[in-house]
Design a protein around this ligand. Structure first.
Ligand code: NAD
Length: 266
């Protein structure tokens, strides 16, 4: 990343993972070989994330843990308090990556939150800081006002929303693109290019789509509560797509958001 730290390219996400299953999912994901876990305060399962990290055989420093400050905790002091609450719930005294979950630009607080994140990094309580759902205008404002560029922007990205312009902005600014809802609710599983590549490689549609994210250079955090699903997704890292495959998959873009529009979501 632009701060000299490294992030595993593939991880798994914890959105909608029930609190009483989160420790199991984290433990199974790490046992399968993942080294990146994507959490957030709003997911309501940070206690389970922490419990998963305390299971035997898990070395804290071998795992990259992300969490995020939720929208109603924006502002300088509120973000510092939200961080303390996430640390308390997980039992972790340091996160590898702390993200502003949404810009909520209408509230006018994301730059204040960013200043708090910079302080948390200076204090060593987070190793890297980044954002989520930020547009090019929000990114430019952070840099103009604080001179600190986020290490990463986690955005909605899947075959039906390929985000070429924002990926280019990230590349120009040295920001890692991380894809959320990378499987796009399965909507592209039956698309012809996905089907034919999957058949040729003897892979599943989900694996083809995840391999496409990796080929784009994105970090990717699919979610599965099933151990077999976690394993299947991680194995996408060994698929090799060709330039022709990437050209065929590029045709699927239709600018379709499945989540809220970050320009207006508050
Ligand atoms: P996803 O694209 O990972 O899809 C999850 C769905 O696909 C689940 O229903 C799961 O059962 C199914 N699935 C998983 N593996 C499969 C496979 N191999 N074959 C068939 N189906 C499979 O969706 P997501 O959870 O929305 O996104 C992933 C992660 O991104 C989240 O868990 C969360 O950590 C993060 N996220 C972040 C934001 C944000 O605003 N920053 C928003 C949404 C999600």
């Amino acid at each position: 990343m632009n701060d000299g730290e490294t992030i595993p390219q593939m991880g798994f996400g914890l959105w909608q993972v029930p609190g009483d299953q989160t420790a199991r999912v984290v433990g199974e994901g790490l046992a399968e070989g993942y080294r990146l876990v994507d959490g957030a305060a709003i997911y309501g399962n940070e206690e389970g994330l922490g419990a998963g990290m305390r299971q035997p055989g898990v070395a804290r420093d071998a795992v990259f843990v992300t969490t995020k400050v939720w929208n109603d905790d924006q502002g300088y002091d509120a973000t510092l308090r939200a961080f303390d609450a996430s640390a308390r719930r997980t039992g972790l005294d340091r996160f590898d990556l702390y993200l502003i979950h949404w810009p909520c630009a209408a509230n006018g607080l994301f730059v204040d939150s960013w200043r708090a994140m910079i302080r948390l990094r200076e204090e060593g309580r987070v190793t890297s800081i980044g954002v989520s759902n930020f547009g090019a205008d929000h990114l430019a404002r952070l840099v103009a006002e604080t001179a600190v560029t986020p290490a990463l922007n986690q955005i909605e990205l899947h075959p039906f929303l390929q985000q070429a312009a924002l990926r280019k902005t990230h590349a120009d600014m040295g920001i890692i693109t991380q894809s959320w809802t990378p499987l796009g609710q399965g909507l592209a599983f039956d698309a012809a290019p996905v089907r034919s590549i999957a058949a040729r490689l003897g892979a599943s549609p989900a694996q083809v789509i995840l391999a496409w994210h990796l080929a784009l250079g994105c970090s990717v955090i699919p979610r599965s509560t099933r151990r077999a699903g976690l394993a299947e997704n991680l194995q996408a890292g060994s698929l090799a797509l060709t330039a022709e495959d990437l050209t065929a998959l590029a045709t699927l873009d239709r600018g379709q958001r499945l989540g809220p529009d970050p320009a207006v979501f508050s």
